[in-house]
Ligand binder design. Sequence first.
Ligand code: MF3
Ligand code: CO
Length: 277
Amino acid sequence: MFSDRRLHLKKPAEISLMRAAGLVVGQTLEALRAAVAPGVTTADLDALAEERIRASGAVPSFLGYHGYPASICTSVNDEVVHGIPGGRTLREGDLISIDCGAIVDGWHGDAAITVPVGEVEPRLLELARVCEEALWRGLAAVRTGGRLSDVSAAVEAHVRGQGDYGIVEDYVGHGIGTQMHMPPNVPNLGKPGKGPRLQPGLTIAVEPMITLGSQDTDVLEDDWTVVTRDGGTAAHVEHTVALTESGPWVLTALDGGAAKFAELGISVGGQGHQPVG
Ligand code: MF3
Ligand code: CO
C-alpha cells in the first residue's frame, strides 16, 4: 500500500492534539454503543455520530474520503469493514462493527468497536471478545525497542491460541497523524522481530479483523462494503495508539488504555503529554 516506509514520528505536543481527536472518536463510539438496539437503523447511528463529532468541534474524517458518503462505517454480520450506513434495521442477534474517525486541528483519530444487537449467539460474543483481546495484545506490543511486526505477531498469536478463526489479510492497520492513512502498514499477522524499530513519537492504528470461517473477502457492488466470501460472521475493532517516552498511550480509549494495560501487566504512557491548561 505504501512505498514510503518512514514512520512520521510526532512530537509530544502533536500527540496531545491527536489525543483530542482520539477522545472525540472514543466518546462518539461510546454513544453509538449505547444506541445500538433492535429497530435502530445504521443511518440513525450515522446521524448520531456526525452530530456528536461536530458538537465536539471536530470534523468527521470518513465523510468524503475517496468519495465515502457517511461519517462512520457500519458492518453487520458477514460485513467485515466499510459497510455504508443506510436504511438497514438492526435485528436482535446481529453483530455490528462501527468504525469512526475524526479530525481536530488537522490531526486524526480512528477507532472501531464490535457490538452485539440484543441477545446474540455465544459464539459471536466470543468472536468479538477474541478480536478485542487480540487488539489489546497488539497495542501492548507497541514499545520502544520493539519492531513493528511484533504488533502483528502479538495479534496473530492471541487469535490462533483461541480457536480456528480467520484473520483477514486483505485489509491492515496503518500509520496515522495529519492523514488518516499514512505509512507504515500494520498487518494482523506475521513473524515478530521484523520491520522498523518502534520509537517514541510513533502513532499507528491497530485494527484486527477476524472471521468465523475463511479469511477471504469480496467487495460488494457499492464498491465499499467488504464481506466474507463464505458468509461467515466477522468482527473488527480498532484503536489509535501513540508510543510515548513512558509507553503506549491509547489515544482513542477514554482511559488511555490504563485499565486493559494493567490487566496485561504494563503501564500506560502519555504522562507528560497532557495538554497544558
Ligand atoms: N477507518 C477505516 C480504517 O480504519 C477507514 C474507513 S474508510 C472510509 O482504515 F472511507 F470510510 F473512510
Ligand atoms: Co483505521
